[in-house]
Design a protein around this ligand. Structure first.
Ligand SMILES: C[S@@+](CC[C@H](N)C(=O)[O-])C[C@H]1O[C@@H](n2cnc3c(N)ncnc32)[C@H](O)[C@@H]1O
Length: 204
């Protein structure tokens, strides 16, 4: 099978409705991540990096203290879908490595996105330098990582050309090397065969 770029595969998913399955499958981990991220926040701006159809952008925008909720995704079809469902929040079709917000953000969240980059540390650094305010948070969740062996077949199954496989320690080190402080790592939804969503967060 000829492998496609991640954003092209996800445009196919937006067309055939598989984006709805992502909301169902990621909700448990995302709820855990959002609950942790907002517990000490006062009024905040929010950005979902690789927002898919925008379901997290909409969910967070409904929270009382959220003053702005933005979604970025490189898939044209995902962003078209997000905009067709939601006229209130802002969505941009951009490569995450190229985009910069006009005003820096209080909370950057990302679920199941960072391993679609050849060099995720470069993306984490870009978010640190160009997206986040000082003392603000990046939180990411991923299910594709070395210790979660069951996920190793995904690049073949999904026919995706870029999927970078790293260990938990390596992912955590990216956050350290970029300069994040108060780094925390945990798993959500771990079972015997499924190692759970690897969540890593840090403060700029
Ligand atoms: C597995 S989906 C997750 C979507 C969403 N976070 C969710 O949980 O439903 C990964 C998303 O990352 C986006 N993506 C992958 N590479 C990207 C890039 N270089 N720039 C922007 N978005 C990208 C894809 O288009 C896709 O929507």
């Amino acid at each position: 099978m000829k492998r496609k770029l991640p954003v092209d595969v996800f445009s196919d998913w937006a067309i055939n409705g598989k984006d709805v399955g992502m909301e169902k499958n990621h909700k448990f981990s995302v709820d855990n991540m959002i609950k942790f991220s907002i517990k000490k926040l006062d009024y905040f701006t929010f950005l979902d990096a690789g927002c898919g159809n925008g379901w997290v952008v909409r969910k967070v925008s409904k929270l009382n203290k959220c003053i702005k909720s933005i979604g970025i995704d490189g898939s044209q079809k995902m962003i078209e879908k997000a905009k067709s469902i939601d006229k209130k929040n802002k969505y941009y079709c951009e490569d995450l490595l190229d985009w910069k917000p006009k005003n820096k953000i209080d909370l950057v969240h990302s679920m199941e996105v960072f391993y679609y980059f050849k060099n995720p540390k470069k993306l984490i650094k870009h978010i640190y330098s160009s997206w986040l305010k000082k003392n603000s948070r990046l939180i990411m969740g991923i299910d594709y990582y070395y210790e979660n062996k069951i996920s190793h077949s995904w690049p073949n199954e999904c026919g995706i050309s870029i999927m970078s496989l790293f260990s938990e320690k390596k992912w955590e080190n990216f956050f350290f090397e970029v300069g994040f402080k108060e780094i925390k790592t945990w798993k959500v939804g771990e079972t015997k065969k499924w190692r759970g969503t690897l969540v890593i967060t840090g403060i700029k």
